[in-house]
Ligand binder design. Structure first.
Ligand code: ADP
Ligand code: MG
Length: 226
C-alpha cells in the first residue's frame, strides 16, 4: 500500500513587507496508512501551514508533497482538485455545516459534489453516522446538535470519500476537555478502521496517548516530540 503522505524538504514562505516569512522550514515527514501522527507546537509555529501543504491547497515554495503515492508538484490545478477529492479528508476546527441540511444530507451532498456513486450512498452515510456515535441523529440539523455532535458529523463527512489521508486541524478547540478526548479517541478509531494516514494538530497533548508518533513544530521547523 502506498504511503498516505510524504513531505520531502518542504518549505513555505509568505510575502512579509519587503522580505519573506518562512512559515514551514525544510520539513520532511512520512505517514503510512493506518498511522496516527500528532502535531503540536505554539501558535504561529507553522502547523496550519504544514497542513495546507499536505492538503495541496497551497503549493510549497520548495520541496515535494506526495499523496498516496502521487507526487503533486507537476500536477495542474484541476488534477490537484481531483486528487484532493479522491484521496484527502480535511477536518478543521469549526465544522462548516450547512444549517438547512440534516446530518445525513451533509454527507450526501458532499459525495454528490465529489461525483461519487449515489447508489448505496445513503446506506453508507447512515453507517458512518453510526460509527461516529450519531445513531438515530441522521435527520437532525446542525442547530439541533451539540458542538461535539457537529464535529462528529464533520468527521463522518470527511470519511464519505474514503480518503487515504486525513488532515485534522485543532478539531477540539471549541469543545470542553471531556468532549475533546472523545473526539480524539474517535479519530484514532477511524484511523485504524479505515486505514487513513492521519495527521492531527492539537493543543491538548494529553489526548495524544494513543498516537503512533507526536511531532513538534517551532518556528516552522519540525522535530520529534520528546
Ligand atoms: P499555527 O497553525 O502553528 O498557529 P500558522 O501556520 O497559522 O501557524 O502560521 C505560521 C506563520 O505564518 C505565522 O507567522 C503566521 O502569521 C504566518 N501566516 C500564516 N498564514 C499566512 C498567510 N496567509 N499570509 C501571510 N502569513 C501567514
Ligand atoms: Mg493553526
Amino acid at each position: 500500500m502506498p504511503t498516505a503522505l510524504d513531505l520531502s524538504h518542504v518549505t513555505l514562505t509568505y510575502p512579509d513587507g519587503a522580505g519573506r516569512l518562512t512559515a514551514v522550514d525544510d520539513a520532511s515527514l512520512t505517514i503510512r496508512r493506518g498511522e496516527l501522527v500528532g502535531l503540536v507546537g505554539p501558535s504561529g509555529s507553522g502547523k496550519s501551514s504544514l497542513l495546507s501543504l499536505a492538503s495541496t491547497l497551497q503549493r510549497p515554495t520548495t520541496g515535494e508533497v506526495t499523496v498516496d503515492g502521487t507526487p503533486t508538484s507537476a500536477l495542474s490545478t484541476r488534477e490537484l482538485l481531483t486528487l484532493r477529492r479522491e484521496k484527502i479528508g480535511i477536518i478543521f476546527q469549526q465544522p462548516q455545516l450547512i444549517e438547512s441540511l440534516t446530518a445525513r444530507e451533509q454527507l450526501l451532498i458532499t459525495e454528490s459534489i465529489r461525483g461519487g456513486k449515489t447508489r448505496g450512498a445513503r446506506g453508507r452515510a447512515d453507517e458512518l453516522l453510526d460509527l461516529v456515535g450519531l445513531s438515530g441523529q441522521a435527520d437532525r440539523r446542525p442547530g439541533q446538535l451539540s458542538g461535539g455532535q457537529r464535529q462528529r458529523v464533520n468527521i463522518a463527512r470527511a470519511l464519505m470519500g474514503q480518503p487515504a489521508l486525513l488532515l485534522v486541524d485543532e478539531p477540539t478547540s471549541a469543545l470542553d476537555r471531556e468532549r475533546s478526548a472523545s473526539v480524539v479517541a474517535l479519530l484514532e478509531k477511524v484511523t485504524r478502521e479505515f486505514e487513513t494516514g492521519t495527521l492531527l494538530v492539537t493543543h491538548e497533548t494529553e489526548t495524544l496517548g494513543n498516537a503512533d508518533r507526536v511531532l513538534h513544530m517551532e518556528d516552522g521547523r519540525l522535530s520529534p516530540s520528546l
